[in-house]
Design a binder for this molecule. Structure first.
Ligand code: BJW
Length: 256
C-alpha cells in the first residue's frame, strides 16, 4: 500500500488510534532504548529499570533518571509530535504512548494515554509516618502520595513531602503492572478502524499486544518505522521511514 493509500485510509477512518514509541522522540534528541545508539546498549535494564534495582541502589537509579530528565528538559517536540497533536484535535485521533517524556503533551496532544508513566511524576514508596504527637491506632496506613516535580535538579534521592520516605519515579519498570485504568483506556482506543504503531520496536508487552487487540476488533493495522520489527509481519501496511518525515508527508496528502 502506498503512502497515498494510507492517507486515504486515515481520511476515511472514523476511529483512528496511534501507538507511539521512543522512535517518535528520536528526532527531538531523546535516546531510544534499543538499536545502535539505544540506552540498553550502555545500561543494563536490570540495574536501572526494575523494582529490585531500586531496592538495591536507589541513588544510582535516581541519578540515571535525573540525567534523563535533564536531557528531555532540553528537547522540543518534532514534526511527528506536531502532526499527531493536530490529528488529535482535528480527527479525534487517540494517542497511546509508551514514552515517558512529555513531548506529546508539550505539542498539545489531546487526551494522551501514557502507558509507562512520566519522567516528571514521582510517588512515595513508604509507610505513612504520623506527625509527632499523633496517636497511632491499628496498622500504619501506606502513604500513597503521588506528585509532579518538573524542577531540575532534584535532591537525590528525593523524598516524599508528606511522610519523608524515599520517593521513586512513577514509571512502569519491568515486571511491574501497568495502571489498570490506562490499560483499559488503551484497549478501548485499540477498538478502532485504523491502528498505526509508530516508532516502536513492538517487543514490550502489554503495549505491543494492542496491535493484536486492534486486529481482533477489525481494524486495519499499520507500522511506521525505519527498521523491520516483530510488528512488520503482523500489520497490513508497513511504511519504512522516520516518523518526523512520514507523518508530515501523510498530513500534506490529507490536506490536498
Ligand atoms: C524510529 C525512529 C524515527 C528510531 N522514526 N521510528 C511476554 C514474554 C516475555 C516477557 C514478557 C511478556 N509479557 C510481559 C513481559 C515482561 C515485560 C516485557 O514485555 N518484556 C519484553 C522485553 C519481552 N513487560 C513488563 O514487564 C511490563 N509489565 C507487565 O507485563 O506486567 C505484568 C507482569 C507483572 C509481573 C510479572 C510479569 C508481568 C512492563 C513493561 C515496562 C516497560 N518499561 C520500559 C522502561 C521504562 C523505564 C524508563 O523509561 O526509564 O519502557 S522498557 C522500554 O521499552 C520503555 C519503553 O516504553 C519500552 C518500549 O520501547 P520502544 O518505545 O518500542 O523503544 P525501542 O527503543 O525499543 O524502539 C524504538 C523504535 O523506534 C525502533 O524500532 C527504531 O527502529 C525506531 N525508530 N528512530 C520512527 N526517527
Amino acid at each position: 500500500m502506498s503512502l497515498l493509500d494510507l492517507a486515504a485510509r486515515i481520511a476515511r477512518a472514523a476511529r483512528l488510534t496511534v501507538l507511539t514509541g521512543a522512535g517518535v522522540s528520536a528526532a527531538s534528541g531523546v535516546p531510544t532504548f534499543r538499536g545502535a545508539e539505544g540506552l540498553w546498549r550502555r545500561f543494563r535494564p536490570e540495574d536501572l529499570a526494575t523494582p529490585g534495582a531500586f531496592v538495591r541502589d536507589p541513588r544510582l537509579v535516581w541519578e540515571w533518571y535525573a540525567s534523563r530528565r535533564a536531557v528531555v528538559a532540553g528537547c522540543h517536540p518534532n514534526p511527528a509530535h506536531e502532526v499527531l497533536a493536530r490529528w488529535s484535535h482535528e480527527r479525534g485521533c487517540r494517542v497511546v504512548t509508551q514514552n515517558v517524556d512529555d513531548l506529546h503533551l508539550r505539542a498539545g496532544t489531546r487526551d494522551v494515554i501514557r502507558l509507562h508513566g512520566s519522567l516528571w511524576d514521582l510517588r512515595c514508596t513508604g509507610a505513612a509516618v504520623p506527625a509527632p504527637g499523633t496517636p497511632v491506632r491499628g496498622r500504619a496506613t501506606r502513604c500513597v502520595h503521588a506528585w509532579r516535580d518538573e524542577h531540575e535538579p532534584l535532591p537525590l534521592p528525593p523524598t516524599c513531602p508528606r511522610c519523608g520516605a524515599l520517593a521513586r519515579p512513577a514509571i512502569v519498570w519491568f515486571g511491574e503492572s501497568l495502571d489498570e485504568a490506562d490499560v483499559v483506556a488503551a484497549r478501548n482506543a485499540a477498538a478502532c478502524d485504523l491502528f498505526i504503531a509508530i516508532g516502536t520496536s513492538a517487543i514490550v508487552y502489554p503495549a505491543a499486544g494492542l496491535l493484536d487487540d486492534a486486529r481482533r476488533a477489525g481494524a486495519v493495522t499499520a507500522a511506521i518505522n525505519p527498521e523491520a520489527t516483530p510488528a512488520s509481519s503482523r500489520v497490513d501496511v508497513t511504511v519504512q521511514g522516520r516518523a518526523e518525515e512520514i507523518l508530515p508527508r501523510l498530513d500534506l496528502l490529507l490536506a490536498s
